[in-house]
Design a protein around this ligand. Structure first.
Ligand code: TNX
Length: 512
């Protein structure tokens, strides 16, 4: 019997792997520490994934298996004891609580010839580590080393974690509506680059995009318009939850924004008692800003907003609610300040932390509220002095809707042109003179949609610039080097093409 058993064992042949160099892999964002050991792990049909038996880690394992299948066609089982035959190759995704892994999204990735280990103290960290591993799987298999194809992953060790806890982009679904499927594709791309926040700009003068059950006309009336006169659209609460869940599976938080007291023509058109500018309401499909306002002195307006915040907060598991607050040019200053201070109470009552564009710092806001810099640095400095954390979204550096140059097919140019190199080459920690590093929560790159209305147009403006912001937000400053980055970026075309991303092929990068 022993003999028969031995005969059934697959023969363990030594494979002579070609020399690899993990430290030369085109990873974006670049990890904190990389040590190369110059051999390879042969990802193949005999590979299995094993995870800690925690739901979150198990899901990360399934996500990896799905993505390996999508890229290579291999069907890699996850936690399947019937597949535990000898001489398998293993990918272990495990919970571990070492000191290096204290930060919630940190991870370690060890790649040896016969096993890969991803360790983290959180499922979110394991998920980030999985993105690193995905970027290490080559586009083409090696079909000559064995009788079946192997995808050679370079061996070595990566120790990694984020520079900033907040790494976001914003999508304006109000000026033009984007469908659930379009937003999901964007979320997939963001996840690959370790983003953890997607801010959705859900209302503006041109449209209201989220169902509020207690105020149905917001979407019936306010949802039916968009820039240029198209049909608009809106998310039902079920649609929104679907997006929230899809993002959560990728460890991305959706931040809902209702922009107010300005940028509210669509809301006031739906319920005219909200209107505070004294003018006759008409649907608006142009691109001007700063002409609308809620009436900031009416109790009925706040009763309405309490309903809106309550309904949205109840389907938003993340910690934040964004109240907008920008460009309220026709709101009297006193009314604006009163509005922001009252909204902060309403947002807090529904269990959320308030975020607002930098103008909200003119009010007496709590230090727990977050201020998003887009224009006036003095507002950000004032808020930081008061203890608030700042999100950096400066229009001249981080606006995804600015044209690359004068020839750009889409985009605006009021804050200048932002070519791919200048989008990348700035240091968030020194960008605002006098702003302490500890006050910076992170970076967000907003994509306003006056000039774009579908995925290819969105992708033209967001890619490749959003890839650069992911590195500024994740990697240490010493690793943010344009010449090194542009070479790594050039090697991301297989992924971008497989994802059918309509990226802007800037001449500043020697695309492979
Ligand atoms: C300014 S940024 C706005 C938006 C526009 C954007 C266009 C900000 C807080 N307000 O309403 O869409 O410029 O770039």
């Amino acid at each position: 019997a022993m003999l028969i058993f031995a005969a059934c064992q697959p023969e363990k042949k030594e494979i002579l792997y070609p020399r690899t160099d993990l430290s030369n892999a085109p990873l974006i964002p670049k990890p904190v520490k990389t040590v190369a050991t110059h051999s390879a792990f042969g990802l193949d049909q005999n590979t299995v994934i094993k995870t800690t038996s925690d739901k979150g880690f198990e899901k990360v394992g399934h996500f990896l298996s799905e993505k390996i299948k999508w890229q290579t066609g291999l069907q890699i089982p996850v936690n399947d004891p019937t597949k535990d035959e000898p001489y398998q190759r293993f990918i272990y995704i495990s919970h571990a609580d070492t000191i290096e892994l204290k930060k919630p999204e940190s991870y370690q990735l060890y790649i040896k010839q016969d096993s890969i280990f991803i360790n983290s103290s959180t499922a979110a960290g394991a998920f980030r580590g999985v993105q690193t591993l995905r970027q290490l799987i080559p586009e083409k298999s090696n079909d000559t080393l064995t009788d079946h194809p192997l995808w050679l992953v370079p061996t070595g060790k990566i120790i990694d974690g984020p520079r900033f806890e907040f790494r976001g982009t914003m999508l304006d679904v109000a000026r033009h509506f984007f469908t659930v499927e379009e937003v999901k594709k964007y979320i997939d791309l963001l996840a690959y680059y370790k983003y953890n926040m997607l801010h959705l700009h859900l209302s503006d003068d041109q449209g209201w995009r989220i169902e509020i059950k207690s105020w149905p006309k917001l979407t019936e009336v306010g949802g039916s318009t968009e820039v240029g006169g198209g049909d608009g659209g809106f998310y039902t609460q079920e649609d929104f939850k679907e997006l929230v869940d899809y993002a959560a599976e990728r460890h991305i938080t959706i931040i809902p924004e209702i922009d107010m007291p300005g940028h509210t023509n669509a809301a006031s058109l739906s319920y005219p008692f909200l209107n505070g500018n004294g003018k006759t309401l008409k649907p608006y499909t142009g691109t001007r800003v700063g002409f609308s306002t809620f009436a900031t002195n009416k109790d009925t307006v706040y009763a309405f907003l309490n309903d809106v915040v309550r309904e949205i907060a109840s389907i938003s598991p993340g910690p934040y609610f964004h109240i907008g607050g920008d460009e309220s040019h026709v709101t009297p200053k006193k009314g604006y300040i009163h509005f922001v201070e009252l909204m902060e109470k309403i947002v807090r009552k529904h269990g959320k932390t308030m975020i607002g564009w930098n103008e909200i710092a003119q009010a007496d806001i709590s230090s727990s509220s977050v201020v998003q810099l887009w224009k006036e640095k003095k507002h950000a400095l004032k808020a930081a002095q008061n203890g608030s954390k700042i999100i950096l979204s400066s229009a001249e550096k981080a606006y995804l809707d600015m044209k690359y140059d004068s020839l750009s097919t889409y985009g605006l140019d009021w804050a200048g042109h932002i070519p791919v190199d200048s989008a990348y080459a700035w240091n968030p920690e020194t960008y605002i003179e006098g702003l302490p590093k500890e006050s910076i929560l992170g970076i967000e790159a907003p994509l306003w949609s006056e000039t774009i209305s579908n995925s290819p147009e969105l992708e033209y403006l967001a890619f490749p610039r959003a890839i650069g912001y992911s590195e500024l937000a994740w990697s240490i400053q010493e690793h943010c080097d344009w010449n090194d980055y542009r070479k790594r970026l050039a090697r991301h075309t297989p992924y971008l093409e497989r994802m059918q991303v309509n990226y802007y092929p800037t001449k500043l990068v020697d695309w492979k």
